[in-house]
Ligand binder design. Structure first.
Ligand code: FE2
Length: 376
């Protein structure tokens, strides 16, 4: 077995030069934020909590802030064609622009990372309204994706200054999504190690796991992956790159359609994956399908779990076990027409890993979809 655990997250973050409190929000640039917001509300159970746009005095864009549990998603669209948001959307399709990190000190976060080589996107700025003040700064990561540092300890408003509290006009029922578990980046061939080094050197992350093409290959295609984590383990970023195979790697398909490196998927944690997935399926969310044969061998591999095996099979949920426990997971189909971004739903019962035992079945399932799209 070539997977190795290289380093556990430190128990304390006392020497961490970039202490992170978690994921603050994830912002997507999309073609039609109003309709996307409807999808996130009605299908995924996110509540609309804030808005910025022409009605609030913002002329060049519209942004919808959606929340469920601790997850905050922002959907932003441009109002005019000659806007960088419009250009981003033309190039990449709907996709993640900002992985925002919640910090206590956005100025120090900016200084510590830029002095170690991070490319500046936005110098620290203090913005305020009647609810208090925030400090925001930003640095570049892979592709056109950026990390914002958000310091909000002196702020009590709905989201950020410039946004107004807003209410859903569609009935919203939570599906039990709790928090962001990890966010995965796909990078171009040969760039994985560079970005791992960026997270290590510039952001003080540690390499947690390595998967090579022997772990992650099927008859047709392969990929390599390394997982980096911040000091307290709250923020985990797996980074994938394509590997040589007989056919086109799923990572290459992503890169071809996203036109560069970008965020491949976001894993969202739930405490009850059976209820969450049953509800999402009933609302029309589509998931990857593994063959029934997967369940002929999975129970031998993972042993006893608390959940009902028949329900797990019926909902086509995947199961894996590591030294510390087990996990249940499932992957949506891409949520836009381009075969790019998708969501993972994950429930951890002790396991801190990423479902390595499911890679083969999962990637074969992705390849069946790739073939249907004519991209294998
Ligand atoms: Fe994942």
């Amino acid at each position: 077995m070539s997977t190795q655990t290289l380093d556990k997250p430190a128990a304390t973050a006392t020497e961490d030069f970039l202490p992170l409190l978690g994921t603050d929000h994830v912002e997507f640039y999309v073609g039609n934020a109003k309709q996307s917001a409807y999808y996130y509300q009605s299908a995924w159970g996110y509540e609309l909590v804030a808005y910025a746009g022409p009605e609030t005095g913002v002329r060049d864009r519209a942004s919808y802030v959606l929340q469920q549990g601790k997850i905050r998603i922002v959907l932003t669209t441009a109002m005019q064609p000659d806007h960088e948001i419009a250009a981003h959307q033309v190039q990449h399709g709907d996709g993640v622009k900002v992985l925002a990190l919640w910090v206590d000190d956005a100025t120090k976060s900016f200084e510590e990372t830029t002095k170690r080589g991070a490319k500046v996107v936005m110098n620290p700025v203090k913005i305020s309204d009647e609810f208090g003040e925030v400090v925001i700064s930003a640095i570049q990561t892979y592709g056109e994706t950026i990390h914002k540092f958000v310091e909000r300890k002196n702020y009590k408003g709905a989201f950020l200054p410039g946004y107004q509290a807003w209410k859903s006009s569609v009935p919203v029922k939570s599906v039990g999504l709790k928090h962001v578990d990890h966010c995965v980046g796909n990078v171009e061939l040969g760039q994985m190690n560079e970005w791992v080094k960026f997270y290590e050197d510039v952001m003080g992350f540690k390499l947690l796991l390595t998967f090579d093409d022997k772990d992650i290959s099927t008859e047709y295609s392969a990929l390599m992956s390394k997982v980096v984590s911040n000091g307290n383990g709250y923020v985990k970023f797996p980074i994938n790159e394509p590997a040589e195979g007989r056919r086109k790697s799923q990572i290459e398909e992503y890169i071809d359609f996203y036109h560069g490196s970008g965020v491949q998927h976001m894993a969202i944690a739930t405490d009850d994956i059976i209820a969450t997935v049953a509800e999402l399926r009933s609302r029309g969310v589509e998931f990857l399908k593994v063959p029934d044969a997967y369940y002929d061998e999975v129970w031998d591999r993972v042993g006893v779990i608390k959940e009902d095996r028949d329900k797990i099979k019926h909902l086509n949920i995947l199961v894996d076990r590591d030294d510390e426990g087990y996990l249940l997971q499932l992957f949506s189909k891409p949520i836009q027409d381009r075969p790019t971004f998708f969501f993972e739903i994950i429930q951890r019962a002790g396991a801190k890993s990423f479902g390595k035992g499911n890679f083969k079945a999962l990637f074969e399932s992705i390849e069946r979809e790739q073939e249907l799209r004519g991209n294998l």
